[in-house]
Design a protein around this ligand. Structure first.
Ligand SMILES: Cc1cc2nc3c(=O)[nH]c(=O)nc-3n(C[C@H](O)[C@H](O)[C@H](O)COP(=O)(O)OP(=O)(O)OC[C@H]3O[C@@H](n4cnc5c(N)ncnc54)[C@H](O)[C@@H]3O)c2cc1C
Length: 395
């Protein structure tokens, strides 16, 4: 038996049978072939930032720390090939050295790229897609032990299935991502009352490349966060007071250190429904949860994409996240808020807490059955399935 494996927040613990650390694609292929021969199961760990049991296994857990780095980049197309285990922070730095940048990042940069793609990790910006929106090609070892290669140009539908695939279609061994020319950005934070924020919400979302806000239940104040290429976007907000100004490359100023640990539930709802959904949650939090929930709520926007299991599939979206300190009980709070998200057609973040099972998830995703069909073809023996995936996918 290997040592106990613990995720970032500490809410997920298990002991795998064995931990493997392959250092190249051939080693991954051999691992999968052996697992098939021995009728064993494999789960692939990223950086362990998801708080649902996607990677839980008592059999083979694969870590990909040795499959890390940039392989090549094409100056003309700005497409970059990387190994799957590269951390988002590392890729940010490596890209800037080549005059390039990702279009956005999430709120932290500790995730490995393949892990971030696996659950549809996103930042904020109404014209910006989530991180797997960058994926234009990949190599992977499928559940039959075959090395497969797909590109956006040759197989767009397969790419749409692969973009957010929960580690259920195979082991990514190489990712090709579309990057942009690196630019310097300005990031500003302002403080104001929630009512003022909601009055100016459309303007804040549409006039800034990246905008999000935190709402603090105890005092009804918000922190507005604006991030724009230098010289663009809103500046000097007359209705809020500035608390922070930063300038730099996107990868340096976007992510934040998160030393205080928390558990989180986040749903993506149709863009138009964002304000009403938020206000209903705000009312509920103030009525029932403010006494024991000190954490803020987080409101972001994301552009639609085509990923079969992307929470933003074919709809511009707002995401709203509720958070609770990891040493405090979160179930009562999350269970009470989740039906509100669902009433607005919400789709859960695949890497955060939620209670839905396959029969509730399927109606939310028009391409659900196509995804399951592809999963069956890629991994007929279910070598990449665990109990949790079986439950949420209905396999
Ligand atoms: C502090 C914190 C902040 C966060 N901020 C954000 C945020 O701003 N925006 C957001 O959207 N989410 C956010 N998240 C959620 C986080 O981005 C996701 O849970 C993400 O999937 C974690 O990436 P990871 O590298 O830890 O992968 P893991 O959680 O370890 O794995 C995620 C999935 O990817 C699969 N996978 C990993 N590597 C491979 C591979 N090589 N091939 C195939 N499948 C693979 C795994 O099997 C698993 O199914 C945050 C989480 C935390 C803890």
């Amino acid at each position: 038996m290997a040592e106990e494996w613990v995720n970032w927040s500490g809410s997920l613990r298990f002991t795998p049978g064995v931990v493997e650390r392959p250092n190249n694609e051939e080693a991954v292929r051999q691992l999968v072939t052996q697992a098939l021969e021995q009728k064993k199961k494999i789960r692939i760990a990223g950086a362990g930032h998801s708080s649902v049991p996607l990677v839980k296994t008592d059999q083979i857990l694969v870590e990909q720390g040795k499959m890390n780095g940039v392989i090549a980049h094409d100056e003309e197309t700005r497409r970059v090939k990387v190994l799957p285990g590269i951390h988002i922070a590392e890729i940010g730095e490596a890209l800037v050295r080549r005059g390039l940048s990702m279009h956005n990042t999430g709120d932290v940069d500790f995730q490995r790229l393949a892990g971030a793609f696996g659950t549809g990790t996103h930042g904020s910006g109404i014209k910006l897609q989530n991180l797997p929106g960058m994926l234009t090609g990949c190599r992977l070892v499928d559940g039959r032990g075959r090395i497969r290669e797909f590109t956006q140009e040759n197989n767009p539908e397969m790419m749409n299935a692969l973009r957010v695939s929960l580690g259920a279609l195979g082991f990514f061994t190489e990712l090709t991502i579309q990057t942009e020319t690196a630019r310097k950005f300005t990031r500003e934070e302002y403080c104001t009352h929630i009512d003022t924020c909601m009055e100016h919400l459309d303007e804040l979302i549409n006039k800034n490349m990246m905008f999000d806000f935190y709402w603090y239940p105890r005092n009804d104040l918000v922190k507005l966060r604006l991030c724009n290429p230098e010289g663009e976007g809103m500046n000097k907000l007359s209705f809020a007071h500035k608390i922070k100004h930063e300038e730099g490359w996107l990868y340096q100023i976007l992510p934040r250190d998160r030393k205080l640990k928390f558990d989180e539930m986040e749903y993506a709802i149709p863009y138009e429904a964002g304000p009403a959904c938020f206000q209903e949650i705000r009312k509920r939090v103030k009525e029932k949860h403010r006494q024991y929930v000190a954490w803020r709520l987080f409101y972001r926007t994301i552009a639609a994409d085509e990923g079969y299991l992307s929470p933003f599939h074919k709809r511009d979206s707002v995401t709203i996240a509720v958070l609770q300190n990891n040493v405090l009980e979160h179930e009562r709070y999350f269970n009470d808020i989740e039906p509100i998200f669902r009433a607005y057609g919400g789709r859960p973040h695949w890497g955060k807490k939620f209670s839905l099972k396959a029969e509730e998830l399927r109606p939310l995703y028009p391409k659900w059955d196509e995804f399951l069909q592809i999963r069956k073809e890629m991994d007929p023996e279910g070598v990449f399935l665990n109990e949790y995936l079986k439950e949420i996918l209905g396999v």
